[in-house]
Design a protein around this ligand. Structure first.
Ligand code: T5A
Length: 226
């Protein structure tokens, strides 16, 4: 019988396009649900109706989009998503698995576009209202190799269509962030197969869940203390 957490967990999946983060997120969702946890899968940008409209603009706008405008739209998507999706789910003891979050903004708009990291940190802080992810998985590999995985999908979106130099900077940014916060951000080799990666990701998740499941104020899914 699974455990109903009193306060949910917020787990984010990060990496370059094609890094396999969505695949690992789906595998984790399946496994946690099978264990009896309440699980919600969601994403940035586009985890709300409002966010889906922003996502369309952000990834497919035909006209020029300046870096600051781009940053503010990603932040707007995040602010809406926290209030509409993440906070209510966490309050119900749900494990929220989110495909990209605040680290993507630091990596893409900060390290990639060259906008001020401090400004992005401040804006992120406002959007997330102080609620950082409890754990973040970063799937890392050479951008050129990862691009090959998604090339077959047809026309690249605005971000995917950026030059190799941009993606190299984003990758370096993600790794820099992971070095700054090794406790929260766990790095995995995205070149390993999905089957090889999944148990490693699960192990890190279990390490986070185990102490929570043994807390006296937690309840199992029948509402009984465990
Ligand atoms: N962005 C986003 C910003 O610039 N700032 C921000 O603040 C935010 C939040 C959003 C774009 O917006 C940018 C970053 C992005 O460019 P997205 O919707 O997150 O984009 O889309 P992608 O990152 O492009 O997501 P993808 O679905 O393309 O990539 P994933 O999730 O990394 O990869 P996945 O799991 O879908 O797999 C891609 C392919 O690889 C295979 C899969 O089968 C699939 O075909 N695959 C593997 N192959 C080999 N080995 C593995 N381990 C594999 N795992 C998956």
């Amino acid at each position: 019988m699974g455990t109903l957490l009193k306060q949910g967990l917020f787990i984010t999946f990060e990496g370059l396009d094609g890094s396999g983060k969505s695949t690992q997120l789906a595998l984790c969702a399946e496994a946690l649900s099978a264990q009896g946890y309440k699980v919600l899968t969601t994403r940035n940008p586009g985890g709300t109706a409002f966010g889906q409209e922003l996502r369309q603009i952000l990834l497919h706008s035909k006209g020029p989009v300046f870096p600051l405008s781009e940053l503010l739209l990603f932040i707007a998507d995040r602010a809406q998503h926290m209030d509409e999706v993440v906070f209510p789910a966490l309050a119900q003891g749900t494990i929220v698995l989110c495909d990209r979050h605040m680290d993507s903004t630091l990596a893409y708009q900060g390290y990639g576009r060259g906008l001020s990291i401090d400004t992005i940190r401040d804006l992120n802080h406002i959007a997330i209202q102080g609620k950082q992810p409890d754990l973040t998985f970063l799937f890392d590999a050479e951008p050129a190799v990862l691009a090959q995985r998604v090339n077959h999908r047809g026309q690249a979106d605005r971000m995917e269509g950026e030059k190799a130099e941009f993606h190299n900077k984003v990758r370096a940014g993600f790794l820099d962030l992971a070095e700054q916060e090794p406790q929260r951000i766990r790095v995995f080799n995205a070149l390993e197969s999905p089957e090889a990666l999944h148990p490693k990701v699960r192990q890190a998740l279990e390490a986070l869940l185990k102490p929570l499941a043994s807390l006296p104020n937690q309840e199992n899914s029948r509402g009984q203390a465990v």
